[in-house]
Write a protein that binds this ligand. Structure first.
Ligand code: GZL
Length: 357
């Protein structure tokens, strides 16, 4: 209990510092709390959430209540609209349940070393459960072994880590190979099963990128011999790099008929590049991507994109519910699989008003 009390005090001072550092927009290293890019309403909710959380953390820490569920989450960063939606889901759940949970949140700015630093901090502070979206699959064995040594379960959220099963409690996320396969089938339908296409890959070494490539490329190879992937390159899951890579694809390939992007943000960048090249995205060049963020629904409603395979980012409640089970000593499935759906342009205008992210 003493260690916990001391570590709770430490956490309060760190939380206060990192939140203070963040409130003036400064963010450094792993122990910062990033305000995700969101609409005004969402930003207001998040700001109120932050405020509540700060008061909660400080007040409760003084009492070192101990019975609260304390979760340390090491987030990748703010690379995409999907990532921001996931962050908002996690922070909103913590703010709305401040009487039961305490969230220590670190934004690693897409650097694995910052995520590792954050995990070590969480271990030092004696959190109940560590949550992590691993930016890449490898390099986690050592720090996960330290968490295991400290008796702190690790929950993987939305991306896998290449470690032995005894080093993490569960993976909560999608079947990325299946997502790639679904995207291939939709692309084939759009092209009449023939034509040259290009592929915008996610972050090098990320399970979401590796598996979405495997699922898509294998399906094309096995079922659609008249579709040729003439170029494939990483755009690091960002809109800016997706646009840059698409510009180079357009310069070196004159007869591209389709783009497969591992996430919607890169697809939205590609759409900009295609328009600047004087072509019509969604018509001259078909666009298929993955995530289901609001921007791609707007592009589909405008006739500039053709299909998105949804990958649910609203995992905050599931993260905390799973953490509570682990703290209570209950067993959880090794893979809590998200259910993904396919949305095509003809559905976009109708479903857009109800989209939650
Ligand atoms: C998928 C997630 C991916 C999204 C991207 O679970 O890891 O990371 O598809 C995000 O938008 O950058």
């Amino acid at each position: 209990m003493k260690k916990r009390f001391l570590s709770m005090l430490l956490c309060a001072s760190m939380a206060a510092v990192s939140l203070a550092g963040c409130s003036n927009g400064a963010s450094s290293g792993a122990a910062t709390t990033a305000a995700p890019q969101t609409t005004a309403a969402q930003a207001d909710t998040a700001a109120k959430a932050e405020e509540t959380k700060t008061e909660e953390t400080t007040a409760k820490t003084a009492e070192a209540s101990g019975e609260k569920l304390v979760v340390g989450f090491a987030q990748i960063g703010q690379e995409s609209g999907w990532r921001d939606a996931e962050t908002l889901s996690i922070q909103t759940y913590a703010a709305e349940n401040g009487d039961k949970v305490e969230l220590l949140f670190a934004d690693a700015q897409q650097k694995q070393e910052n995520q590792i630093k954050a995990i070590k901090n969480f271990i030092e502070q004696g959190v109940d459960v560590i949550g992590l979206a691993p930016v890449v699959e490898t390099g986690w064995d050592q720090v996960f072994a330290e968490a295991k040594e400290a008796g702190i379960p690790v929950v993987l959220l939305d991306r896998r880590a290449d470690v032995s099963e005894d080093l993490f409690a569960t993976f909560i996320g999608s079947d990325f190979i299946e997502e790639g396969k679904m995207a291939a089938k939709e692309m084939a339908k759009l092209l009449g099963e023939k034509g040259k296409i290009v592929e915008l890959e996610g972050t090098v070494g990320a399970s979401a990128a590796t598996d979405r490539k495997t699922g898509f490329d294998d399906e094309i190879k096995a079922s659609y011999p008249n579709i040729e992937i003439v170029a494939s390159q990483t755009g690091d899951f960002t809109r800016a790099q997706g646009k840059e890579v698409m510009e180079s694809f357009l310069k070196s390939n004159k007869d591209i008929k389709g783009v497969y992007a591992h996430n919607d943000d890169m697809a939205l960048g590609a759409i900009e590049a295609i328009k600047e090249a004087g072509l019509k995205p969604g018509e001259d060049i078909k666009i298929v991507s993955i995530d289901g963020v609001r921007g791609i629904f707007e592009a589909m409603a405008a006739g500039e994109a053709n299909c998105t395979v949804e990958c649910n980012p609203l995992l905050g409640p599931l993260l905390f519910e799973t953490a509570a089970k682990l703290k209570a000593g209950q067993s959880v499935d090794k893979w809590v699989k998200s259910v993904d759906g396919v949305f095509t342009a003809d559905m976009a205008a109708k479903v857009l008003p109800d989209r939650k992210y």
